[in-house]
Design a binder for this molecule. Sequence first.
Ligand code: OAD
Length: 249
Amino acid sequence: MPNLPDHLLRRFTSETRIAFFTGAGISAESGIPTFRDKDGYWSKYDPMRLASVQGFRADPELVWNWYLYRREKILSVKPNPGHISITKFQKLFPDSCVITQNVDGLHEQAGNQNIYELHGNIFITRCLECSQEMDVPIIFNPVTEGIPRCECGGLARPGVVWFGESLPMQTLSDAMTLVQQVDVLFTIGSSTAVYPAAQIPFDARNNGAVVIEINPDQTPFTSHADLAMQAPAGVAMPQLFEELYAALA
Ligand code: OAD
């Protein structure tokens, strides 16, 4: 699919500063469901029951079972050509970062560098009350073993950001600063529906960066993109990389 038009190709040199802004769609080809697609998690489950503090307090076992199921699923998959292309891009464009809404850790597993996880990481466990990170097994049985408790007595919870919670302040502020400085931002596999993260491609565009969207579907950002590639990330990203590699060689 890709074929970058000449006026965009000319914007790339080895010094080009790039941000890869990603959402659940980049992990779809690894076999991880997205949230808002037809078969996405939020078409089957109520986000307020599974991804909010109120939902957790009402039924911590139910919530943990869902996150443990997701942890097991993620442990059974591998990064796909979309993630792996970013590693290759980062060798060609060293001044680059990954700003992700994903909690699955697949960017890191693929060898991506400078990763900002805006919504936390599903493999981290922390205390519901004091937020302290807890060193407990990644997989446990909440029914037979009970939910681990922190030294302060609080229940363990997954280290992800839930609805109604703030994003990790330092990570968000670092990411926002980088977005003001980049020359190019790729927005890959995000519905651009959840704020404040969804502001990122708009901010990059407003600051004069070239913004290229990779998503088989339209999003609220599509009409603002310099280029919208309606293709799966695992197809478009390797092709984009080959094109840029050839152009810069
Ligand atoms: P969504 O599920 O909202 O959007 C996924 C996007 O990926 C959609 O726009 C799809 O069209 C696109 N997509 C699907 N397959 C793709 C593929 N192979 N290649 C490229 N794109 C593809 O996921 P996010 O935008 O990440 O928050 O959602 C944002 C946040 O909402 C998530 O981080 C999560 C959720 O509630 C928390 O858990 C805090």
